[in-house]
Design a protein around this ligand. Structure first.
Ligand SMILES: NC(=O)C1=CN([C@@H]2O[C@H](COP(=O)(O)OP(=O)(O)OC[C@H]3O[C@@H](n4cnc5c(N)ncnc54)[C@H](OP(=O)(O)O)[C@@H]3O)[C@@H](O)[C@H]2O)C=CC1
Ligand SMILES: O=C1O[C@H](COP(=O)(O)O)[C@@H](O)[C@H](O)[C@H]1O
Length: 499
């Protein structure tokens, strides 16, 4: 085994949407920046009968269609790309793949390191992994890494089965389960904000924080993914993975070192402390809804049930809000509210940490509202941090006014901020699995989510409250916080924080 980053990458599903929109532009950016060693090869696999030439034309088109800048001639870059047409369920074809990899390793002096990226429908993951092993494509001369796209299963049982299938062929430390939120700049910044700032870490507990709110709203509907989405819904599509990962990063204890093992182990501990719900409690703590017709930017848009490939009577949720509790010394009594949905007012992912009021505040009078301090982590589209403090209103008064201190991350280095997939690919090439999910994290989050989806599946009688497309979700999501005396803080970039 060697520690080189020289490697060949096999992309299963190379003619598909993910490869086109995310993977080729990311590989190019790594190449352009010199982060990717020149000793690399990319083999695209799919059934379409493309030649190497057609494949390269498609890679070129994908770079042109993305918003990255192409520098100079692409000939050298594209010379590393080959294409192999085969059906991944056909064991015999893996021999051709092995031979092609052997010859590319000679051509580009690659010491046998192989990265396999599964950019295909999940039903193929187990089959591909087992053929890679049984047909001898994994290479004992170098390292082997398997990158797995989401969804990782449909529930705990299917995820466990998939994991067992993968583990027949690959060790846990060879499996890189992608959660692209972990590649986002500001999600990675959560650790730095918490553990590199004395003013936050010392307040990061139930003595000083009243509640945390995580919103990931999307303005798009299901687009052309109705077939997949209608069997998934927002709970599986967003909560089981991205939302719960953000909860883990916010709630975990400081790791003793910044190593993959230590960070993962703290995240796992935090997820173990997630209070499980009974099915009866689901109604009290979780809200589901679906978008009805509405208007986005002044344009009428259809409701979810009229989207292509969606069952016209679908009860699939396109919106989820929930209250999570972490049962440990640090977080006892602090609700973490999450909400996510499609066709909401705007595209925005934000974390708002609301601090408790002072035990006594000299400025809290009937005619003056002292604002709670808020730490806002702007994940996207803007990236940065805001802190809402109280200042004195200007003039001959002792009234207070909220003052917002902003740090804009993308204003500093916006153009160079790497896209999530670029960072994650680079991490996998370097053998850094920190920003990929360990099986234990996946298992714990499925177990948490399964109770909710089972309760919803059994409850076919209750009314399904729709929210109008273009809104911030159903009223029930507001009531969820109101019953605890809180409300959702606005998430727009120019939000008014007055109370
Ligand atoms: N697209 C996105 O933005 C995102 C996608 N993902 C995940 O990435 C994965 C891929 O998604 P996406 O790219 O959108 O899917 P697509 O449907 O666009 O692509 C599927 C790919 O699989 C190939 N394929 C299908 N069946 C076979 C087969 N039997 N043998 C060989 N190749 C086959 C297709 O090519 P051909 O028809 O030529 O065989 C195509 O290249 C999924 O797991 C998805 O959940 C995750 C997050 C975002
Ligand atoms: O994984 C997914 O994420 C996207 C949202 O990702 P973002 O980076 O644009 O916030 C979501 O649209 C999709 O349904 C889901 O599968």
């Amino acid at each position: 085994m060697n520690n080189h980053t020289y490697c060949s990458m096999v992309i299963f599903g190379a003619t598909g949407d993910l490869a086109k929109r995310k993977l080729f532009p990311s590989i190019y950016n790594l190449y352009k920046k010199g982060t990717l060693d020149k000793n690399f090869a990319v083999v695209g696999v799919a059934r379409r009968e493309w030649s190497d030439e057609v494949f390269r034309e498609n890679v070129t088109a994908s770079l042109q269609d993305s918003n990255i800048s192409i520098e100079g001639d692409l000939t050298e870059f594209l010379s590393h790309f080959r294409y192999l047409a085969f059906d991944v369920t056909n064991a015999a074809s893996y021999q051709d793949l092995h031979e092609l990899l052997n010859s590319l390793e000679q051509e580009f002096s690659i010491p046998g390191n192989r990265m396999f990226y599964m950019a295909m429908a999940p039903e193929f993951f187990g089959t591909i992994a087992s053929y890679l092993k049984s047909e001898g494509v994994t290479n004992e001369q170098g390292w082997n890494r398997l990158i797995i796209e989401k969804p990782f299963g449909h529930d705990f049982a299917s995820a466990q089965k998939l994991n067992e299938d993968l583990r027949q062929a690959f060790a846990e430390d060879e499996i890189y389960r992608i959660d692209h939120y972990l590649g986002k700049e500001m999600v990675q910044n959560i650790g730095v904000i918490r553990f590199a700032n004395a003013i936050f870490e010392s307040l990061w507990n139930n003595r000083h924080i009243s509640n945390i709110q995580i919103t990931s709203s999307e303005s798009l509907g299901v687009e052309d993914r109705g077939g997949y989405y209608d069997t998934s819904g927002a709970l599986r599509d967003m909560v089981q993975n991205h939302m719960i990962q953000m909860v883990a990063l916010l709630a975990m204890e400081p790791p003793i070192r910044l190593t993959t093992e230590e960070i993962r182990s703290e995240k796992i501990k935090a997820l173990r402390a997630l209070r499980p719900m009974t099915k009866d409690e689901v109604k009290q703590y979780f809200v589901r809804s679906q978008y009805g017709p509405g208007s986005m930017n002044g344009k009428e848009v259809p409701g979810y049930r009229s989207e292509p490939k969606v069952n016209p009577e679908s009860r699939t949720e396109t919106f989820v809000a929930g209250k999570l509790m972490i049962d440990n010394f640090r977080w006892a009594g602090v609700p973490i509210y999450i909400r996510t949905g499609k066709r909401m007012q705007e595209k925005s992912t934000k974390i708002v940490v609301e601090f408790k009021e002072l035990p006594m505040n000299l400025y809290s009078k009937s005619e003056n509202n002292v604002h709670p301090n808020l730490l806002i982590i702007h994940i996207q589209p803007d990236e940065g941090i805001s802190l809402i403090l109280n200042g004195k209103k200007i003039g001959m008064t002792d009234k207070t006014t909220p003052a917002k201190l902003d740090y804009c991350n993308h204003c500093i280095d916006g153009i160079n901020t790497p896209e999530a997939y670029e960072k994650l690919l680079n991490d996998a090439i370097h053998g850094d699995a920190t920003n990929f999910t360990h099986w234990d994290e996946v298992a714990l989050s499925w177990k948490f989510v399964d109770v909710i989806s089972e309760a919803w599946k059994e409850d076919t009688s209750s009314e399904f409250e729709l929210y109008p497309a273009g809104s911030m979700g159903p009223k029930a999501a507001d009531e969820l916080l109101a019953q605890d005396g809180f409300h959702w803080w606005p998430i727009g970039d120019d939000s008014d924080y007055s109370i």
